[in-house]
Design a protein around this ligand. Structure first.
Ligand code: FES
Length: 177
């Protein structure tokens, strides 16, 4: 059973402290991170997967998760923070249920990024960096998705699409409720 100790702002599971600064690291996630670490000689190599584990459960990675991850991996918080900052698919602020990443790198820029971005903004009523009022979509720019021969490309959650025409958007977005 998971317990919360308000005085210390920490959580414990069978006597094991799993969280710091109010962030509650799920015991299954901590176990998954330890399993990841066991695959590498250097624990830092598990940072990205550990961050993905937290993001899968919470939708994003709050600041308070960084020291909690670092403690489980046995690395310094700066190592985890460095990876979290560098990797654009790790979200450091709350996002909507679905994240739309629109590629603004060179190939997609030349094949219609701006028209696609504008159509998305009009369809959703938000600009890049914003989330719809109903929390359904967050719209973000991203560097190359590796689908350069199919630009303009975008990614919704884990799905990459391209080339995406303006007329494709209503049906495409309909699939993400
Ligand atoms: S430039 Fe857009 S996917 Fe590579």
């Amino acid at each position: 059973m998971m317990e919360h100790t308000p005085a210390s702002n920490q959580h414990s599971l069978n006597g094991r402290t799993l969280a710091t600064d109010g962030f509650q690291l799920h015991p299954e996630d901590a176990a998954a991170m330890r399993a990841e670490v066991s695959h590498y000689e250097q624990p830092q190599a598990a940072c990205i997967e550990a961050l993905k584990i937290v993001q899968r459960r919470h939708g994003w990675v709050p600041d308070a998760a960084i020291p909690a991850i670092a403690r489980v991996l046995g690395v310094g918080p700066a190592s985890v923070e460095g990876v979290a900052t560098f990797y654009s698919l790790i979200f450091r602020q709350p996002v909507g249920r679905h994240v739309i990443l629109v590629c603004d790198s060179s190939s997609c820029f030349l094949t219609g990024f701006d028209q696609l971005r504008q159509a998305l903004s009009e369809h959703l009523g938000i600009e890049l960096g914003q989330t719809t009022a109903d929390g359904r979509f967050t719209l973000l720019p991203v560097c190359c998705l590796g689908a350069c021969d199919g630009g303009p490309a975008l990614m919704i959650d884990d799905d990459v699409y391209g080339p995406v025409g303006v007329d494709d958007l209503p049906e495409l977005l309909e699939g993400y409720s």
